[in-house]
Design a protein around this ligand. Structure first.
Ligand SMILES: Cc1ncc(C[n+]2csc(CCOP(=O)(O)OP(=O)(O)O)c2C)c(N)n1
Ligand SMILES: [Mg+2]
Length: 802
């Protein structure tokens, strides 16, 4: 029995392809070309997925399912949402324009309900896998009980599978017993530049099966299947199977006459197969040859709906890039656009009258009422807005850090988490930690000992059972709160991204904390960037860092990470020197990670004291160190807390005659303190500025400056108030175990002369003292720089630089 939905779906597919094509054409030809640039359109890439996306969104998907769309299929995605009343004509007319519909579906910039924002190919694919693990985590902890399990679906370009992070994810998924994940490969055998290698489907298939996935191949459409049953049909099938990708694409582009010529060359005078070809007109022949599985609604629907288990499934769907458009199959079609003439032909074929291009039911053959009824009942959209929310968890007034007289920030981090685990409560129960094989070496050990590792099935710690002494309990259970990952940092950041969207994807708040070695942030940077772009909420704790990790060796040093912390949008970066600062930062972060700007007005109106846009919330990066420092004995006042969070405080306030101040960040605190001591006899009133967040200090300054430029003359930021009292000719020396540019802007705040010290070269090994001396960030170098920044009588304690 044929599926009664098919006629409607066929109409909708036509409409979706029209709307997507018109969106691109309109943006390109009609909106004007202010920049003289083509508004590229991904027309061909979109058309390739039109049938599959119609089948998924309009029929197969359920409200609990989530989809990562191949980024360059965005016009189809927006068209579907427009059809459902979730996207506006205005935004489509402004596709790729300022505040228009986005070129790649965006959670943060689009109004339609985007589940995952990709843009960098490969990331969205892996995100569905980790999202499925998060769903398992949420369910295993007894949350979202009333919500059915959804499928996490990725629509993937075949060339997208070149991205290594997909393979890293596959491996990780296998380790965790991945379920409920569908990946649909748009096997159009074309990438951006060219036609892909022969026989890739075979590699794909074997690979997925190796990792325990089911593979469903959608190669022949129902027209082809019927033709294969005709006399001579098997000969035609053999010809199709043997046809090289390049030739198939070229013939597809050329159309019916070319197909006939080529097929007759190869299969003419051969009895039944020749008759099979001759019985069809050019147009019918072209339709038959392009009727691949990925453009055949009946086969696609049947394939999706026949899955009655939760094992991961890869659908390998043969498609034609540019299907249904004059661009179909051409190897250069990736950025191809239809000419005005081609568009007129396409318009005629779709029976669209000028001026009615955006009308939902224009040109369709079925009655409008039937289509409307169908749309009103499409399951995927039936429960309305798909983005969820979750209540904010209370954060304790103060976090205990068990401060010892001498300790490192990394030890402090372990201690804070251990105390949270010990005390328990809602925050403790919703924290989930993860690390790429560096759990113990980043001090997550105590937390894991108390809270256990997560797995859907319990697994005992054999070492413990055998009574072999070990500091670590390594027990897995469904209640565990640490997700063990392999070494791949890409997987860490995509996991954090998936965990950090749990409140919006699954309606359950999680507080994800991921640890890694600071230098390896660069390894996962793209995933970190898109995690932030999607507005996922998490804490990254990176330790050890800088050249201060001396015993770890030169190859593990990080130089650029403070600049990453400053420049990464959506990520607020701190670098504490002392553990009491760290406890304040972590407490604030747990609240900040849960904040959500309510309105545009709130976002545009930052707190006037700091000029930071804290209302919107975001993710947090803590750059920590293994260097053990003597800890200050002091009371943590609300004023000091606020300054730590705003980015800086005077550890030693400069006097009225200060000719120089030292500004330091992080583990070099002892050198900065020592330098102030050395300077004391020869420079009066020297100030010592502790910078806890170069990122926030700078952001506040930038925001205040912008506000002043827009007429709000009384706007002043935290750093402006800190440095304001310094006399005009006071010098500043900044020092950080990281790139000097991190703090080199301080002098520009009020026009003070500045010397910026830091690390610029990679890989030198030695002790901390060796390296600080080598890079000129030790006390002696600071004093030297202070003398240069604040000329006066020679500093007596200054040793000659080696
Ligand atoms: C990480 C990354 N690198 C490069 C690009 C640019 N890019 C966008 S689509 C594409 C080709 C994709 O080919 P395929 O995955 O086969 O999709 P198709 O267009 O054939 O549907 C490239 C190179 C990107 N978006 N992200
Ligand atoms: Mg492709």
């Amino acid at each position: 029995m044929t599926d009664p939905r098919l006629p409607v779906l066929a109409e909708l597919e036509k409409k979706i392809l029209w709307l997507a094509s018109w969106t691109i054409h309109n943006a390109n030809h009609l909106r004007g070309n202010e920049d003289g640039m083509k508004v590229g359109g991904h027309q061909a890439s979109s058309a390739s997925l039109a049938t599959i996306m119609t089948a998924l969104y309009m029929a197969a998907l359920k409200p609990q399912d989530r989809v990562a769309v191949k980024p360059h299929a965005s016009p189809i995605f927006h068209a579907i949402n427009y059809l459902m009343g979730l996207q506006t004509r205005e935004k489509l007319e402004n596709f790729r324009g300022y505040k228009g519909a986005q070129s790649y579906p965006s959670r943060t910039k689009d109004i339609d309900d985007v589940d995952f924002s990709t843009g960098s190919v490969g990331l969205g694919v892996a995100q569905t896998l980790f999202s499925s693990l998060v769903q398992d985590y949420v369910k295993a902890h007894g949350w979202a009980a009333e919500r059915p399990e959804g499928r996490m679906v990725a629509l993937i370009g075949d060339a997208e599978l070149d991205e290594g992070n997909i393979f890293e994810a596959l491996m990780e998924g296998w380790k965790h017993g991945l379920r409920n994940t569908w990946w649909v490969i748009d096997y159009n055998r074309q990438s951006l530049d060219a036609v892909i290698r022969e026989g890739l489907y075979d590699r794909f298939e074997q690979m997925f099966r190796n990792f325990g996935w089911d593979v469903v191949t959608l190669k022949y459409g129902s027209l082809q299947q019927a033709a294969f049953r005709e006399p001579g049909g098997q000969r035609l099938k053999a010809w199709i199977d043997a046809c090289p990708n390049q030739l198939y694409s070229a013939l597809t582009f050329q159309g019916g006459t070319a197909w006939r010529r080529r097929l007759m060359d190869d299969l003419g005078d051969q009895g039944p197969v020749t008759q099979l070809i001759e019985a069809r007109s050019d147009a019918e022949l072209s339709r038959l040859m392009c009727n691949l599985g990925g453009h055949d609604l009946p086969s696609i629907l049947e394939a999706f709906e026949s899955i009655d288990h939760d094992r991961p499934v890869c659908f390998l769907a043969y498609t034609v890039k540019g299907f249904g458009l004059p661009l179909a199959g051409h190897k250069d079609n990736h950025a191809g656009l239809m000419t005005k003439e081609q568009m007129e032909g396409f318009r005629a074929a779709n029976r669209i009258r000028p001026g009615h291009e955006w009308d939902l039911f224009e040109g369709l053959e079925l009655p409008e009422s039937q289509l409307r009824t169908f749309l009103a009942e499409v399951p995927f959209f039936a429960r309305g807005r798909r983005r969820m929310s979750a209540a904010t968890l209370p954060v304790p007034e103060r976090l205990e850090a068990g401060i010892q007289p001498v300790m490192s920030t990394q030890m402090g981090f372990g201690k804070v988490l251990d105390e949270i685990a010990k005390r328990g409560g809602p925050l403790a129960d919703r924290i989930v930690t993860t690390a790429p094989d560096v759990t113990v070496s980043t001090n997550l050990g105590p937390w894991v000992n108390r809270r256990g590792l997560f797995a859907r099935a319990s697994m005992a710690d054999t070492f413990k059972d055998e009574r072999i002494p070990s500091m670590q309990k390594w027990e897995f259970s469904p209640q565990g709160q640490h997700i063990e990952l392999g070494i791949a940092e890409m997987n860490l950041f995509i996991t954090l991204s998936a965990l950090g969207l749990s409140h919006e994807i699954f309606g359950e708040r999680l507080i994800p904390i991921g640890t890694l070695y600071d230098p390896f942030i660069s390894r996962g940077l793209d995933a970190l960037n898109y995690a932030c772009y999607q507005d996922a909420r998490f804490m990254v704790v990176a330790t050890p860092s800088g050249v201060t990790l001396a015993p770890e060796g030169g190859a593990h040093q990080s130089i650029a990470t403070p600049l990453i912390g400053m420049s990464q949008d959506g990520l607020c970066a701190f670098e504490p020197a002392f553990v009491d600062e760290l406890a304040v930062m972590m407490r604030w972060s747990f609240a900040y990670m849960q904040r959500h700007g309510e309105s545009e007005a709130q976002i545009m109106d930052p707190a006037e004291t700091s000029w930071l846009r804290d209302e919107t919330g975001g993710s947090v990066y803590l750059r920590l160190s293994t260097r053990q420092l003597e800890q200050p004995k002091r009371e943590m006042t609300p004023e000091l807390e606020k300054e730590i969070i705003d980015g800086a405080y005077w550890l030693r306030r400069p006097g009225p005659n200060a000719s120089v101040v030292i500004a330091y960040s992080g583990a070099v605190a002892p050198e900065a303190i020592a330098a102030v001591g050395l300077l004391a006899e020869d420079r009066r009133d020297v100030g010592l500025l502790a910078i806890t967040s170069a990122d926030r200090l700078n952001a506040g300054w930038q925001a205040a400056e912008r506000a002043r430029q827009r007429g709000q003359h009384d706007a002043t930021s935290h750093v402006e108030r800190l440095l304001g009292p310094l006399s005009r000719d006071c010098g500043i020396v900044s020092v950080i175990d990281g790139h000097p540019a991190t703090l080199a802007w301080l002098g520009s705040v009020h026009g003070h002369r500045q010397k910026a010290l830091g690390v610029e070269h990679f890989g030198q090994t030695g002790t901390v003292a060796d390296l600080y001396r080598h890079f000129g960030i030790d006390a002696n170098a600071i004093v030297h720089a202070a003398q240069a920044a604040a000329p006066g009588r020679p500093v007596r304690h200054l040793k000659a630089l080696p």
